[in-house]
Design a binder for this molecule. Structure first.
Ligand code: PHB
Length: 399
């Protein structure tokens, strides 16, 4: 039999437990417990390690580990434990993959990913769970636009940013009728929209948008169509393995010397060597150039090359900056997993990046310079700053 007294005591106990639970969830008790147990900061890496974006995922992880390595592999003095998932750049698997890290592994910080469609699912998962999310590549405009949230940060770019200045550069060269070509998915379509917006402002016309499904590389029919349209120029968004094939096919189709090809700079990131002569002279816009004459860029490139025996690219930089951002935040909290304090610190962070110094916009996306680059003998040479301190308009962000 249960007496009233028993019930009262039980209720009190439950209330106490609930209070303890929510205090721990709010981060006030957890740090003390965590320190007492020598707990590690759990970092989830959800990146592509297979498929057309595989080398992008690897570069991001390398860059991130390089930044951590500069502080003994720790965050605010705490050891880091990694949980890894290959997201295969597959949006259909993205919600399950993100939930594995958030719910099963209970990561403190989720880092990912490359593909915009996969990132959208991650944003939705962490908006539910409250987990900190740092996006080290995917440009999905909504992540720091209509879906912006206090716990969602991006260390890379929005799809709107890199191509925004591109139309003006083409118009200045007298090229006013262009075709835009890309993969039919969020990053391709948002790049096309941003390019068009910038191009039309300076009197340019996008005469046709051409798409193929992601990550297909059967470009032949579309290249034939470009030849028959005869635009003044072609602008594009491709990246990774697909970008290698596109640049080579464009040259092999005999178009390179007839219809100038431009792109968001991902076109020639990390792949110049594989593209060879087909890439020579391509003009692109991006928030990084390997040839930037910034001391930080030089030391970063040397350290990256020494550690991984390969050349750093924009993806490595974004991974590195993700590490720098987390380090700044955890140094502020002295290793404590105090989410509100970490968010405040990341909002106020100034990142001394190989791309040049940048800070967060109110929507949590980098405010950064966009460079015009020319591919020359395996390097993306800086021609000029195409846009100084470009901030994404963060359309629909209410924060
Ligand atoms: C994206 O899907 O947002 C994306 C992928 C690869 C890039 C840039 C953007 O290089």
């Amino acid at each position: 039999m249960t007496t009233n007294n028993d019930l009262g005591a039980r209720r009190k106990f439950l209330q106490g437990a609930a209070a303890l639970g929510s205090a721990a969830a709010a981060g006030s008790l957890w740090p003390a417990l965590a320190r007492a147990q020598g707990a590690k900061v759990k970092v989830g890496l959800m990146l592509p390690y297979t498929g057309t974006y595989a080398q992008l995922g690897v570069a991001i992880e390398n860059g991130f580990r390089l930044a951590l390595g500069e502080k003994g592999g720790k965050l605010g003095g705490r050891e880091v434990e990694f949980f890894k998932v290959d997201d295969e750049s597959d949006p259909a698997k993205a919600t399950d993959n993100a939930n594995r890290l958030v719910t099963r592994d209970k990561v403190d910080v989720l880092i990912g990913t490359v593909h915009s469609g996969v990132a959208m699912a991650m944003v939705r998962v962490v908006k539910e769970s409250g987990t900190l999310l740092l996006i080290p590549n995917a440009g999905a405009d909504a992540a720091t636009g209509a879906l912006c949230a206090p716990n969602v940060f991006r260390t890379s770019f929005t799809n709107w940013q890199p191509v925004h200045p591109l139309g003006r550069i083409m118009a200045e060269r007298g090229q006013k009728r262009a075709v835009f070509i890309s993969w039919k998915y969020q990053a391709g379509e948002e790049s096309a929209a941003s390019f068009k917006e910038g191009y039309e402002k300076v009197g340019g016309t996008v005469v046709k948008e051409l798409y193929l499904p992601f990550p297909n590389v059967e470009f032949q029919a579309l290249l034939t169509e470009i030849a028959s349209i005869k635009p003044d120029a072609v602008a594009c968004f491709f990246a990774g393995g697909g970008a290698v094939k596109f640049v080579k096919d464009y040259a092999a189709a005999g178009l390179k010397d007839k219809i100038p090809l431009y792109g968001s700079g991902f076109l020639t990131e990390g792949v110049l060597e594989q593209q060879g002569a087909a890439a020579e002279g391509l003009l692109t816009t991006l928030h990084y150039s390997d040839a930037l004459e910034i001391p930080k860029n030089k030391t970063f490139r040397v350290a990256y090359n020494r550690a991984y025996k390969s050349q750093a690219d924009v993806y490595a930089v974004q991974g590195y900056d993700t590490g720098l951002l987390l380090q700044q935040a955890f140094e502020k909290t002295k290793g404590e997993m105090d989410k509100d304090a970490l968010i405040k610190a990341m909002e106020a962070a100034v990142i001394d990046s190989p791309r040049g110094q940048w800070k967060m916009s109110h929507a949590h996306n980098p405010i950064q310079d966009i460079y015009l680059r020319r591919a020359e003998r395996g390097e993306n040479k800086v021609i000029s700053v195409a846009w100084k301190a470009l901030e994404d308009p963060a359309r629909g962000c209410k924060m």
